[in-house]
Design a protein around this ligand. Structure first.
Ligand code: ITT
Length: 181
């Protein structure tokens, strides 16, 4: 069994939909350090969890990076969402022409070694909150190649575009290769 250590059920549901091997959600809180990149946050989380989980496991760290705000909220996405939310972000972006942004997802999988799989989804911040599907910043993010926000998409459609969908694909390829050898 592969354990997914997270407190976020939406992440679990999205990942489960995109893979054909079994995973189990397990909630153990782990410290998220102040760091520049999601990779650093994820590696620290894995080190912390190694002797607390019995078996192979992974974590997923993600965030929204807005170009005009120099990458904010980035590694602080979870905290910023809980404090100012989508309304707060739209307020910060009022009168800002450049709406470019990207979501990043880092999956860190531990099977004796730490394996990192990263996915990026480029897009833009909408002018208004749209859709009530998904979670977090989904209702204000429009991925490249669509004119809908993630909040207006079903899980399967979001996975086709999303940072998490891309990271998960790399992770699934690794699992397939591992089973082969
Ligand atoms: P964990 O227990 O897995 O850490 P979390 O929700 O705290 O769950 P993160 O620390 O990785 O996860 O924070 C990422 C935040 O970025 C998340 O809470 C959302 O607010 C936002 N986010 C990440 N991926 C997103 C997505 O696909 N759609 C919308 N918002 C997303």
């Amino acid at each position: 069994m592969i354990y997914f250590i997270t407190s976020n059920r939406h992440k679990y549901e999205e990942i489960k939909k995109a893979i054909d091997f079994e995973i189990e959600m397990l909630t153990i809180s782990y410290p998220e350090i102040q760091a520049e990149s999601l990779e650093e946050v994820a590696k620290y989380g894995i080190e912390y969890l190694i002797d607390k989980v019995n078996g192979d496991f992974f974590i997923e760290d993600s965030g929204l990076f807005i170009k005009a705000l120099n990458g904010f909220p980035g590694v602080y996405s979870s905290y910023v969402f809980k404090t100012i939310g989508n309304e707060g972000i739209l307020k910060l972006m009022e009168k800002v022409e450049d709406r470019e942004a990207e979501f990043q997802s880092v999956i860190a999988f531990y099977d004796g070694d730490i394996n990192i799989f990263k996915g990026i989804c480029k897009g833009k911040i909408s002018k208004e909150i749209k859709g009530n599907r998904g979670f977090g910043y989904d209702p204000i993010f429009i991925p490249e190649g669509s004119d809908k926000t993630f909040g207006e998409m079903e899980r399967e459609e979001k996975n086709k575009f999303s940072h998490r969908g891309k990271a998960v694909k790399k992770f699934a390829d690794y699992i397939k290769m591992r089973e082969f050898y």
